[in-house]
Design a protein around this ligand. Sequence first.
Ligand code: UD1
Ligand code: UDP
Length: 385
Amino acid sequence: MSAIKLINIVGARPQIIKASAISRAIRLHFADRINEITIHTGQHYDKEMSAVFFDELEIHKPDYNLEVGSASHGRQISMMIIGIEEILTKEKPDCVLLYGDTNSTLAGAVAAAKLQFPIVHIEAGLRSFNKKMPEELNRIVSDHSSTLLFAPTNAAFKNLIREGFRPENSPPYTLDNPKIYLTGDIMYDNSLFFASLAEKKKKGFLRELDIDRDNFILTTIHRDINTDNIQRLQTILTTLKSLAEKYSIKFVMPLHPRTISSLKINLDKVYKELVSFDLIKIVPPVSFLEMTLLEKTAKIIITDSGGVQKESHFFKKPCIVLRKETEWIELVNNGTTVLVDADEDKIRNEFERIMADQSDFSYPTFYGDGRTAEFILNEVLMMFE
Ligand code: UD1
Ligand code: UDP
């Protein structure tokens, strides 16, 4: 069999990181059977939101960059669709690989499905059951435009079945006869692969930040509900500041550019207070190896990120989630991840509970064996045999 042509579509930070698991598996196991081409939509464009990952994680560099940048969702998605359609028409890939649930995923799904190129969707089936969340619409459309769907968890797999996907479908798989799989999570592959490398390559990073191993709180905030709603952002940050004071513990906050920008525009006084407070370290987004080291060595992780929630679990850290709901429900059922929304009392109570005692916390393996990317690529190849 000659090699197949697979087009990866990435755009946002977590997708670029996820693509490294696929690039690595292709390089190590399928170099003679899969030709990888990458389209970067340009949804994320700051060096620390994009280029840093290509440099650090040995990801196949983008063959095309649409440089779409930031815009309203309609405009951003339309520009992506136009650019992706042109490239797919020219390249005629055997399949298109999409990650997760961003606007770049949705644009790739619309462009590829309309041209009838089979879509492989990694991280299929996740649902928050909150359609006000932009990602929820992206997930539903992407899943229902796909031919091979890889659900990372049991809950995600069941969501697909509830929406009418049939696990018993047999080949040949098409848009009308899609195949759903229960796999692990390619981000678990990545965390396993990069964990010791992070320690080796980022020695000194904790010292640079002036923090001690196992004695700081790692916090990320980027979701629209928390950055665009000023009241929520203010409640979260003032509550965390008071907890830092009470426990005399440092908080490290690598913040997304949208969070910094909202703080500067809407909460300048709070922002200045935080920056001048020695227990809070607001820093620009960090590289994946730096983030991995922070996650490995934090005492507690507080976040509204999907990826960071899971990585907390990979590194056996309790996680406080600044949202009402989560797609990674197994973590909440496990009792080591808690949902606190942006509610001051809940944030405070859960933080204090976890600081007091973590002795009965356990972190079972929910996300596969660390070789999920290899499994996915094998299944993709079978579609063409
Ligand atoms: C997007 C995804 C979200 C994902 C997140 C990962 C959608 C709808 N949302 O959210 O699911 O969790 O990426 O980080 O696709 N900005 C910069 N520099 C950049 C990129 C963005 O300054 O390199 C700022 C711009 O002001 C922009 C804002 O961040 O308007 C939001 O960026 P956008 O890509 O629209 O959404 P994210 O919040 O990053
Ligand atoms: N991440 C990173 N640097 C940061 C913050 C996050 O490398 O400063 C990584 C994190 O480890 C995870 C991914 O980015 O792998 C999560 O992306 P993000 O939180 O932006 O989006 P989400 O997962 O919520 O879609």
